[in-house]
Design a protein around this ligand. Structure first.
Ligand code: FO1
Length: 316
């Protein structure tokens, strides 16, 4: 039996989580706990969106749009057209009809007084997900991008500007006062293995680690902490993580991201780091930092490929 906690962001986190579920079910292990980034969350047109929670939820439920990478499969945009006609929401941001059903349900529950954790729990009950989803925190700590011309919400920078405006920094206002969602610290303390998904290290994993108490829990857990590189051959696998990494002074290289997380033996987080076959030459640099380097195929082409990566990480 292996008790597993995963720290994850959106699309990469969703693909990885599918692999975690498959690998653990083959082992007959208990369901994993996935701690999800909520820095991408936002209020738009009166509803609360949680893009990373929904990406993982929809993927586990088999309801995700695999072509676009976000939203529901087979969704339509009738309500979105009405919102645009009213000048509500953002003209560059599409809210699908089925997806809006999720946002309305979530917003209603939040207005009824449920916590974010309770809302995520309710959203998790409709389909058999096979993993437990926890938000990183119940607090609203939406990511803002600091630009030369001011600050903007991460979603505007990401979807409207496609990360083309040079970021100076990323902030999560209020995160210093946030606490981990109920169950997060307990799950980390009681795990055998904690996996850092190959999600964006800056705007997906970064906000999770910035919630006070989570970094310390990772440093203190008896679990092995294993990260999986989201960079293959010097290129990000998806998204625009290279722009985010550059903003915090980290090169787009698997060994540089491992160094950014750091070795547990040297005040950082990692016991081991799984990097791609294409980056095998970087393994000695990772090991030199006191992090065990494991080389494996890292393309998450399907759920079996993702499960094989998870197996490698679990036995690292
Ligand atoms: N990404 C886009 O590129 N364009 C969109 O119009 C868009 C809408 C959208 C609606 C709901 C949702 O949960 C996610 C949505 N995304 C959209 C994806 C999202 O902006 C980002 O890819 C993630 O936040 C980054 O992980």
């Amino acid at each position: 039996m292996t008790s597993v906690v995963v720290l994850a962001g959106g699309v990469g986190g969703a693909k990885f989580t599918l692999g975690v579920r498959a690998a653990l079910s083959r082992r007959g292990a208990p369901e994993a706990t996935v701690v999800v980034n909520t820095g991408d969350d936002l209020w738009l047109a009166g509803v609360r969106l949680q893009p990373d929670v929904d990406s993982i939820l929809y993927a586990l439920a088999g309801q995700n749009d695999t072509v676009r990478g976000w939203g529901r499969a087979g969704d339509t945009e009738r309500v979105n057209a009405e919102l645009q006609a009213w000048g509500a929401g953002w003209p560059w941001f599409t809210l699908g009809d089925l997806d809006l059903g999720t946002h309305l349900a979530r917003t209603g529950w939040l207005r009824d007084g449920l916590t974010v954790t309770q809302v995520v729990q309710r959203l998790s009950q409709r389909w058999p997900l096979g993993v437990r989803l926890l938000p990183m925190t119940d607090a609203e700590v939406d990511t803002r991008v600091v630009l030369a011309q001011g600050r903007m919400h991460f979603q505007e920078w990401w979807t409207r500007h496609r990360a083309a405006l040079p970021p100076l920094a990323f902030e999560n206002p209020g995160i210093e006062a946030a606490t981990p969602a109920p169950g997060v610290l307990e799950a980390i303390a009681g795990a055998d293995v904690v996996l850092l998904a190959p999600s964006n290290p800056v705007v997906s994993i970064g906000p999770i680690l910035a919630v006070p108490g989570i970094r310390a829990a990772l440093r203190e857990t008896p679990a092995r902490v294993v990260g999986v590189a989201g960079i293959i051959g010097g290129h990000v696998v998806r998204g625009m993580a290279d722009v985010c990494l550059a903003a915090i002074g980290v090169d787009t290289r698997a060994d540089a991201v491992a160094a950014h997380y750091g070795a547990r033996t040297a005040g950082g987080l990692l016991d081991a780091w799984v990097l791609a076959e294409e980056d095998a030459a970087l393994a000695p640099a990772v090991e030199a930092r006191g992090i065990r380097a494991v080389v494996a195929p890292l393309w998450m082409t399907d759920v079996n490929a993702s499960a094989a990566i998870v197996e490698t990480a679990l036995s690292a």
